[in-house]
Design a protein. Structure first.
Length: 138
């Protein structure tokens, strides 16, 4: 029986908003990657400002929402497993450190260092998404 069949309906809003914030986080980092990548070709000042605003207005709030709602879900479902610990570690280390570095880099060097870091952060988020959906070792 899938775990979704065992989840009470009162927890569904937690899962919905956790997924919504996770998608916003991924989309925000993707927007930063595109804006900083395109800033290499022209309109660097405008696209650098777009990237910085995307980090501050989308990535940070989405990261906070993803983490808070994920912790609430883990507490209500009493979830355990290596996949949960690994995805928590990736989200905390990769997300917080990566978003912090993106905040700094989009303000100082948006054209040089921000695109590789945003790409690496997207890769970390994809691994965390895989761990959350596939739940390997379960």
């Amino acid at each position: 029986m899938p775990i979704a069949d065992l989840r009470p309906e009162s927890w569904e809003w937690l899962l919905f908003f956790h997924l919504l914030f996770a998608l916003l986080l991924f989309g925000g980092v993707l927007a930063v990657l595109l804006a900083t990548g395109l800033a290499r070709r022209g309109e660097a000042a405008l696209l650098g400002a777009v990237a910085r605003r995307a980090v501050l207005l989308v990535v940070w709030p989405a990261l906070a929402g993803t983490i808070a709602l994920g912790e609430a879900l883990a507490a209500t479902e009493d979830a355990r497993g290596g996949w949960l610990d690994a995805s928590r570690g990736l989200t905390y280390a990769g997300g917080i450190v990566g978003a912090g570095l993106l905040t700094w880099l989009t303000g100082t060097r948006p054209r040089r260092a921000a695109p590789p870091l945003a790409g690496a952060l997207l890769a970390v988020l994809l691994v965390a998404i895989f761990l959350m959906t596939a739940k390997p070792g379960r």
